[in-house]
Design a protein around this ligand. Structure first.
Ligand SMILES: [Zn+2]
Length: 411
């Protein structure tokens, strides 16, 4: 049994021996032979390499007019032959493009190489029935035959292929199975997370995660190399060298950020929270932040969010993204809005008297917004490759910031 994952669906293939009687064998052999001839006829017509579905449909139509015997093939089986040939051409052109030589131009299929016919859709063209205690396979244009169902078919049958192997006949069903989604936990312990100003982040349960030490260290080194790049003459070798150093420092901070974000997201997902409310960073244009320390922090935060989204998804914990506007300025107790310059570390509400760390206050607002059902986005189905892409994008963002910083210095 073959298995293959496509999106949220699994495709499985089940193969069963079938026992057509002599009459049915002749029907199958005749169909396979017709299918093979039709394949070769289509190939002849398409030798110019025009392979659009439309063109092939035109060819099919012409062939049927000239040779009415092909009507004996089920219409969808004819379409499947067309699709097989299109695929063969596409593979050939792909190989050419990849520079793997011009070998393998689609060839006509001799009878002994063409051994199956496919019914590409379960729309009544075939069925399994139980007759007098036996399982029987009924196939349009061929008839009914015994089938050895040695295993229960799970999922929805999509296609049937009848194949001849030596003197034996087989029915191969391809089946779509819905992939199990992670079990959704009861949301009893949700947490809001704010991108902290002083700390790395602050959480609605009062927890804070400090900024990692390498932030400060790397910030200094990056600033140093930025100054050095700026001092060198444009186009000079020394400038090139300094730029390489600068790039090296950025790479270092990217790697360290990645480690940090991996560990932190792992810790949070295992900490017993049942869902996470975070700021939707797409709303703020974070990359365009000219302040170096903040751009390091933002890049790392973006990476952390993506890891968290991925890991939470794996564990069936929802991530809710909320509009970050005014989360720092709003009182999480009474909704009062205050001006909160960056120098203010505490939120002191002049209406209800709330006194709270500014970032913790913001994280509670983020949680509250998620709870009233703002933009919800669940993380099901994020893949590891999406994560890698996300990290690459993050590094690119840093390159962008690097360029900006450099321009700022050279002006
Ligand atoms: Zn208040």
């Amino acid at each position: 049994m073959n298995c293959d994952i496509r999106g949220m669906e699994l495709t499985k293939a089940y193969k069963f021996r079938i026992y057509p009687d002599t009459k049915r064998q002749e029907e199958i052999d005749e169909s396979i032979s017709l299918a093979q001839k039709l394949y070769n006829k289509l190939l002849e017509k398409s030798i110019n390499g025009k392979i659009s579905r439309q063109t092939f449909n035109k060819y099919l139509h012409e062939i049927l007019l000239e040779n009415p015997e092909y009507h004996a093939l089920y219409s969808q089986t004819r379409q499947d032959i067309r699709d097989r040939l299109i695929k063969t051409y596409q593979n050939f052109f792909r190989r050419c493009k990849e520079g793997k030589g011009k070998k393998g131009f689609p060839k006509s299929k001799p009878f002994d190489k063409y051994k199956s016919i496919t019914y590409p859709q379960d729309n009544g063209s075939f069925s399994i029935e139980r007759i007098k205690g036996f399982n029987r396979l009924r196939v349009s244009r061929i008839g009914t035959m015994k089938i050895e169902l040695h295993r229960q078919i799970e999922g929805k049958i999509k296609t049937l292929t009848i194949a001849k192997e030596g003197k034996e006949y087989y029915a191969i069903f391809s089946v779509a199975i819905k992939r199990d989604e992670p079990q959704k936990a009861q949301d009893t312990n949700p947490v809001g997370i704010d991108l902290g100003l002083i700390s790395f982040n602050a959480m609605s349960d009062g927890r804070k995660v400090e900024k990692p030490k390498f932030f400060k260290k790397e910030e200094k080194r990056i600033a140093l190399w930025q100054r050095r790049v700026a001092k060198k003459k444009k186009g000079s070798n020394n400038r090139k060298k300094a730029k390489l150093h600068l790039q090296h420092e950025w790479n270092k901070v990217t790697r360290q950020s990645e480690d940090f974000a991996q560990k932190l997201s792992h810790d949070l997902v295992s900490a017993g929270y049942t869902s996470f409310a975070v700021e939707d960073l797409r709303i703020q244009n974070m990359v365009k932040n000219h302040h170096l320390a903040q751009s390091i922090s933002n890049a790392c935060w973006g990476g952390f969010l993506k890891f968290l989204t991925y890991k939470a998804g794996e564990n069936g914990l929802p991530i809710m993204k909320v509009n970050p506007q005014n989360t720092s300025k709003t009182c999480s107790n009474c909704g009062n809005i205050l001006e909160m310059p960056l120098s203010k570390r505490m939120f002191n509400c002049d209406r209800c008297g709330l006194q709270l760390d500014r970032d913790i206050n913001a994280s509670i607002n983020i949680l509250n917004r998620a709870m009233v059902g703002q933009t919800k986005s669940h993380a099901w189905g994020d893949s590891a490759s999406t994560m890698q892409k996300a990290w690459r994008a993050e590094s690119l963002n840093q390159e962008h910031t690097l360029q900006q910083a450099e321009e700022a210095h050279t002006l």
